[in-house]
Design a protein around this ligand. Sequence first.
Ligand SMILES: Cc1cc2nc3c(=O)[nH]c(=O)nc-3n(C[C@H](O)[C@H](O)[C@H](O)COP(=O)(O)OP(=O)(O)OC[C@H]3O[C@@H](n4cnc5c(N)ncnc54)[C@H](O)[C@@H]3O)c2cc1C
Length: 472
Amino acid sequence: MPDDLQPGVLDQITWDVAVVGGGNAALCAAITAREAGAHVVLLEASPRSFRGGNSRHTRNLRAMHDRPDGVLVEAYGEDEYWDDLLRVTGGQTDEHMARMTIRASAGAPAWMAARGVAFQPSLSGTLSLGRTNAFFLGGGKALVNAYFATAERLGVQILYDTEVTAVALNAGLVRELTLVSRGFPVTLRARAVVVASGGFQANTSWMRESWGEAADNFIIRGTPFAKGTVLRDLLAQDVAQVGDPTQCHAVAIDARAPKYDGGIVTRLDCVPFSIVVDCHGQRFYDEGEDVWPKRYAIWGRLVAQRPDQIAYAIIDAKADPLFMPSVFPAIRAGTIRELAEKLGLDPATLEATVAGFNAAVVPGSFDGARLDGCQTEGLEPPKTHWARTIDTPPFSGYPLRPGITFTYLGVKVSEQAQVLMNDGRPVANLWASGEIMAGNILGRGYLAGFGMTIGTVFGRIAGEQAARYARN
Ligand SMILES: Cc1cc2nc3c(=O)[nH]c(=O)nc-3n(C[C@H](O)[C@H](O)[C@H](O)COP(=O)(O)OP(=O)(O)OC[C@H]3O[C@@H](n4cnc5c(N)ncnc54)[C@H](O)[C@@H]3O)c2cc1C
């Protein structure tokens, strides 16, 4: 197939399967559909150099295994996986679909390896995921590159700089897609379509509908191409919606991170060993509530709810060696007063907050590696673990902002990844995978590595189903 298809030629072709997106979910669908014999076109909004969406920032995938398997150590069975998911979602999930996904995850690493993805043992300090999650050698960038190479070798037609702007639905069928391909308008026809175009977190005006002006201060950890254009278009055509527009995966990241695509290195792991204050110099939540992987994902929302969506983690020299160093250097000072000045906080208030905290710390046996019970007494909010006085210079501060990973509002799908209408009927030739449908299983909360699991499992299902439909 020619790799320089011009927009004029594109109008003339009817593809078996068109896949919208260029991340993990899209690539798994495109490869699977092509392996099933379909002629496949993959439509990626970004230029080649930015291909791979959020997926290129990932590091691992959560996979069930009944015994040690490759880089996955010990065992991680269906029930434990399900319990973990149930806990983080607070029950806002679909047990049947979730268990199906969990079971299918067992086969994912081998399928991935056969298509070029290499794995490595987990590194220390990576949220203690060595037993449950398989880490990609070279990270998500290497994974995406491997999948693109496989897709190209198999003959998937890949179009970069190609944004799908509308999906024409009529009488329960997708009739055509409207695109802008390398600046030219195109109408593209396909017998079957898979939408895998991610969330809408990079669409500030849509985020503002739920969050108000606070959305302007959010930092988007991944791709700027996740604008939700296809999602919005489908929902406007009576496609059933899952999830709540305010629900998203959000973590606290360094406020100095770029607006988009800062990726994993902008993360800050110091919160449990710090006190966190808002722009008025006041604490607002228990920094020591639980071990970091479990509480990691709540801090984005907490900071989003503070004035100006900014907060500051304050530590002293004792805490410096306890967490993975950040990509941005700490803001350091010899006194709390000087630190407050450097951070733009009121010095007297920060001094009072630190002094109040120090006075409330109950002496205990500190252990950064477990819930150590070192706590405060008579302080609101309390710090329930790892509470130690902040008294040893130099003092350090890190500014925090909400870092949005992905939104959960999506299209409702069947177990076969088929997109459903509001009346419950499926769209005969439309499937979805990845973030655009993750809300079917992930109503709230997050389980590290589950985004890639959903995209891989449903990408494969969607690709297979779409190819079967197109070939019959
Ligand atoms: C910093 C960071 C780290 C993460 N780490 C992990 C991890 O280790 N493990 C894990 O499981 N999850 C992780 N996630 C979440 C993970 O990225 C996602 O759950 C998963 O990769 C989503 O895959 P996807 O294919 O659905 O979306 P994406 O990978 O975002 O792909 C969406 C694609 O659609 C394209 N697109 C968007 N709109 C259009 C349009 N209109 N037309 C054409 N193309 C369009 C985009 O350009 C993009 O290529 C991380 C996310 C971030 C930001």
